[in-house]
Design a protein around this ligand. Structure first.
Ligand SMILES: [Zn+2]
Ligand SMILES: [Zn+2]
Ligand SMILES: [Zn+2]
Length: 283
């Protein structure tokens, strides 16, 4: 152990022992739980039982937080120290593993589409940290996929992704999923007999499969929609149309994306997500 870490560790544990067993010097300096939380504890004479219930709970809380106080102190005393660990802090527990002794693997992913309850689409990833040190039990980390690259950059070894979880690292990528799901719920468009579907002009990889129809007005007849009629034949696939839709949005306000309107990439007629229809070819 490096010198600053050793000095900090010794000083910290002497402080902790004195704080828990409170010698007279600590009492006279006012370094006791009773003194530090006196305003919240109230008066012992006025409410004896209440005072002691509060005193014992706050003492338990403060004493159990001492190891975490230690860890934060170590990060300040030796900044490189915290890069060596993977730390997971939840309300009631702290799990820690030394990077050189562990393997991180992707185990699960859950997606939340954009909805009235969640302003922006999210993907929550669950990673498992297994330590080769038998005294450390494995633990899980849950994080938003947008924060994933930041975590990966700090890890010394790659994350195993045996379940092939697809990680969406931007709001636009996540939005595409919400867009596709909405389009699937919209009415379909039947391609007139004899008309062929051409490759999507955005990616040239798949056949065009969406058509813009001004449908939102009929669904919401009270409101004045400023969507316009698009006369274009199907030219785009749903993914390219979704990317176009996302690219025309205010990137800082994803909560507005689903309700906004953008111009058709070809004729510039405004459309909304309710106007994008999957093409059904007549065979
Ligand atoms: Zn395409
Ligand atoms: Zn158009
Ligand atoms: Zn519309």
């Amino acid at each position: 152990m490096e010198t600053p870490e050793l000095s900090f560790t010794l000083a910290y544990w002497v402080f902790c022992l004195c704080f828990v067993f409170t010698p007279n010097e600590f009492r006279s300096a006012g370094l006791t739980v009773q003194n530090l939380f006196s305003s919240w504890l109230g008066s012992e004479d006025m409410g004896f039982v209440q005072y002691h219930i509060r005193r014992s709970s706050v003492t338990l809380l403060v004493h159990s937080a001492l190891p975490l106080g230690y860890y934060l102190g170590m990060c300040l005393a030796a900044p490189e120290h915290h890069m060596e660990h993977i730390l997971e802090v939840s309300t009631y527990s702290v799990s820690m593993a030394l990077q050189s002794q562990c393997q991180v693997s992707m185990v699960h992913s859950r997606q939340h589409h954009m909805s009235p309850d969640s302003a922006s689409p999210t993907q929550i990833l669950t990673l498992k940290v297994d330590s080769t040190n038998r005294s450390m039990s494995p633990f899980h980390i849950r994080l938003n996929s947008i924060e994933y690259s930041e975590l990966r950059d700090k890890l010394h070894s790659p994350v195993q992704n045996l379940t092939n979880v697809v990680i969406y690292q931007s709001v636009s990528e996540l939005f595409l999923d919400t867009f596709r799901a909405q389009v699937q719920d919209n009415p379909m468009y039947s391609l007139p007999r004899g008309q062929e579907l051409e490759p999507c002009i955005g990616c040239m990889l798949v056949a065009a499969n969406v058509k813009l129809l001004q449908l939102c007005q009929s669904q919401d007849s009270d409101s004045d929609s400023d969507c316009q009629r698009c006369q274009c034949r199907p030219m785009w696939c749903v993914s390219c149309m979704g990317r176009w839709f996302a690219s025309r949005q205010n990137q800082q306000r994803p909560e507005t994306w689903l309700s906004s309107k953008v111009p058709c990439p070809t004729c510039r007629a405004n459309f909304c997500v309710l106007d994008v229809c999957v093409v059904r070819s007549s065979s």
